[in-house]
Design a protein around this ligand. Structure first.
Ligand SMILES: [Fe+2]
Length: 300
């Protein structure tokens, strides 16, 4: 069979206008489930989560019959905090209700242990130190998550780091390759995150990619960022920079299991990027997907 990766957008309130203007350029959507509910904290008991029905209905109308994937933020899987079972159940319920085709989470930590509000999240993904200790924390949580989402494919996204992670036993690409080889999770490769790490003095994107098992990658994220307080950030404030496009054009065709290429932007930047900018980005992504077409024996 012929496999061509899908091209899509991370859903936000600006996305319906883009899909309406260029439906043929958007093959799939991805949504952050945490943005589709209100979380009133553990003290609220059975009333902790209330689904935001209007945004869910708008997402469904926008989606039509396209595939939808979930992209979670709130479980903070690599953290040593216990798994939030109530949130896990909520993720599972939404995955069933919306029919997620696959699910992804982050190889970074967002939950802060002593936040002033329930489930308080750090504004940025905090880095984790890869190695055996992390695998011991992560493996059982991934198994629980996979069960909660009904066994759909699961992937973990590489982090955007602003400083070198001290005393890591293992590199991030080796760790992600290990997750794949053990059948625990595939890799959601965020190429802009690699660029952020490189721009801030970390591992070069090329060296990182050379160390990753190409069979691990099932999804690519593209995005833009900007300078903030002397750092280059993954602020999702614009189109994908040329340096990230260079990585995408060179590497995407090398990933035999690549399922989707998703562009992430924050809705507050929609007026700056503009509808023509978004359409041009999607057209370029469709060209990238064309370059990744391959014959495969089965859907694997
Ligand atoms: Fe991403």
């Amino acid at each position: 069979m012929r496999r061509r990766p899908l091209v899509g957008l991370l859903h936000n309130p600006a996305v319906p206008a883009i899909v309406a203007a260029a439906p043929e350029l958007v093959d799939c959507l991805e949504v952050i489930p945490d943005r589709l509910w209100h979380d009133f904290g553990a003290g609220a008991g059975r009333n902790r989560f209330i689904v935001a029905e209007e945004p869910v209905a708008l997402l469904r109308r926008t989606l039509g019959d396209r595939p939808l994937s979930g992209h979670g933020l709130g479980l903070s899987l690599p953290s040593d905090l216990p798994l939030d079972e109530a949130m896990l159940e909520q993720v599972g319920a939404l995955a069933r209700r919306l029919g997620f085709a696959w699910y992804s989470e982050h190889l970074s930590v967002f939950l802060t242990p002593r936040g002033s509000v329930p489930g308080a999240q750090a504004g940025l993904g905090l880095p984790v130190s890869c190695g055996e200790d992390l695998m011991a924390v992560l493996a059982p949580k991934l198994a629980r998550l996979r069960e909660a989402i009904g066994g759909i494919p699961l992937a973990m996204e590489n982090a955007a780091n602003f400083a070198e992670v001290p005393e890591a036993e293992e590199g991030e690409p080796e760790f992600l390759s290990g997750l794949h080889e053990a059948g625990r999770a595939d890799t959601l490769l965020d190429l802009h995150n690699l660029y952020v790490t490189e721009r801030n003095g970390g591992t070069s994107a090329g060296a990182w990619l050379e160390a990753l098992d190409p069979n691990a990658v099932t999804e690519i994220h593209l995005a833009g960022g900007d300078e903030m307080a002397g750092f280059y950030s993954d602020s999702h404030c614009g189109r994908t920079p040329d340096a990230v496009w260079d990585l995408a054009l060179r590497w995407a065709p090398r990933f035999p299991r690549l399922r989707a290429i998703i562009f992430e932007f924050h809705e507050t930047w929609f007026p700056e990027i503009g509808l023509p900018g978004l359409i041009a980005e999607l057209e370029r992504m469709q060209g990238l997907a064309d370059s990744c077409v391959r014959e495969v024996a089965d859907a694997g």
